[in-house]
Design a protein around this ligand. Structure first.
Ligand code: ZN
Length: 370
């Protein structure tokens, strides 16, 4: 019985807290009405959450003259999580709040090398960021790290890393200098997690990460599908052109060497898409035309196998708004079943989705404890 009471109390507390996560503010009456709770239960929980510093009085509501009801809101920065996106030439750092919103971010140029000095430098960047942004270190839940490698579900063990050659002791190297709890994630899986965070309704969805490498993540009934050996959704290594361009994986004709952002620009995608709008240069236009066809073919393969929504994300995904109709048109043209292309969507989380997704792991974990 005691256990039952405890569970019920926790259930009520977490429901009330969730309500604040999705509403700007609420009065005790709002909570009682919408969550079907008694006012004394609401009051007890409000006191409890206020004592923990997780919610606070934010104002009052009601008619002038009548008794105004106090409103409460989430203390969105009661805890924060940090996220890193480690790529070949850059390290991004973000800080996200309990709403999952990026409060601040910075992208630093830092060329990757698997050396002690590199890992030390990453932690220096992190420390500098924390100090520049005046982040209270007591509020940091942990540091999520997105890397272009495959990572086991323990968030520590790297088991495939041909892009940047992370070794088995990567976790130890990061923890040696970063004085917080850390967890590592495959970059595309992290980006998909961020996308799911802002689109809670996502169910059967394939997320293609079109960045300097092509990755993917897959949601079935809203849950990440990891596969038998944590190698699911590796769309970058579907054979697109038999005996085609060599992929970094050693095979030929994979999707990756055709759809990687580096096909468009080595280091300046914003500049590339700016120029694309006005250019008449035939080579550029031809190259873009082929990129659109390869994208359509890849989407068509995914759709034929999985019959799910397809989200275009990653660095390139952020710039595809003006071209989405063309991509949809080309996909329909080669599709066997589809006559409505609405299953092809653009990512909502346009920038720093990898770092944010990695950080959101800690936010999500924390919310579950309430
Ligand atoms: Zn490959």
């Amino acid at each position: 019985m005691a256990n039952f009471d405890f569970n019920l109390r926790k259930f009520n507390t977490s429901n009330i807290y969730s309500y604040f996560l999705s509403h700007e503010d609420a009065t005790k009456q709002d909570l009682a009405l919408n969550l079907n709770l008694t006012l004394p239960t609401v009051t007890k929980n409000i006191d409890y959450l206020t004592d923990l510093g997780l919610i606070e009085v934010s104002g009052s509501r009601g008619q002038t003259g009548g008794r105004r009801a106090i409103t409460y809101s989430l203390c969105s920065e009661a805890r924060v999580a940090l996220g890193l996106d480690i790529s070949r030439h850059h390290v991004s750092v973000v800080v996200v709040d309990l709403n999952g919103k990026i409060i601040s971010f910075i992208r630093n140029r830092l060329v990757f090398e698997y050396t002690d000095a590199y890992f030390k430098e990453v932690s220096e960047l992190l420390k500098q960021f924390i100090s520049d942004k005046k982040i209270d270190t007591d509020k940091i839940l942990g540091v999520g790290i997105g890397i272009p490698a495959l990572v086991q579900s323990d968030t520590r063990t790297v088991f495939y890393s041909r892009i940047m050659d992370f070794k088995e002791d990567t976790y130890r190297m990061f923890s040696k200098y970063i004085p917080y709890d850390i967890a590592m994630f495959n970059d595309a899986k992290a980006a998909c997690f961020a996308e799911k965070w802002v689109n809670k309704e996502l169910q059967n969805t394939f997320y293609i990460m079109l960045s300097n490498n092509v990755g993917g993540a897959m949601l079935i009934n809203g849950q990440v599908y990891s596969g038998n050996d944590f190698r699911s959704a590796e769309v970058g290594h579907i054979t697109l052109v038999p005996q085609g361009r060599q992929c970094y994986c050693g095979q030929y004709g994979c999707v990756d060497p055709y759809l990687a952002a580096t096909n468009l620009s080595q280091d300046d995608l914003a500049g590339y898409f700016d120029n694309l709008e006005k250019t008449t240069d035939e080579r550029t236009l031809d190259n873009w035309d082929r990129y659109l066809d390869y994208t359509a073919s890849t989407i068509n393969i995914i759709r034929a196998v999985l019959d799910c929504d397809v989200i275009l994300g990653g660095y390139v995904g952020a710039y595809l708004e003006p071209y989405i109709d063309e991509i949809r048109k080309r996909t329909l043209k080669i599709s066997t079943f589809d006559s409505n292309p609405d299953f092809i969507k653009l990512c909502t989380y346009k920038y720093e989705s990898i770092a944010a997704g990695a950080a959101l792991y800690y936010i999500s974990q924390f919310i579950q404890t309430i």
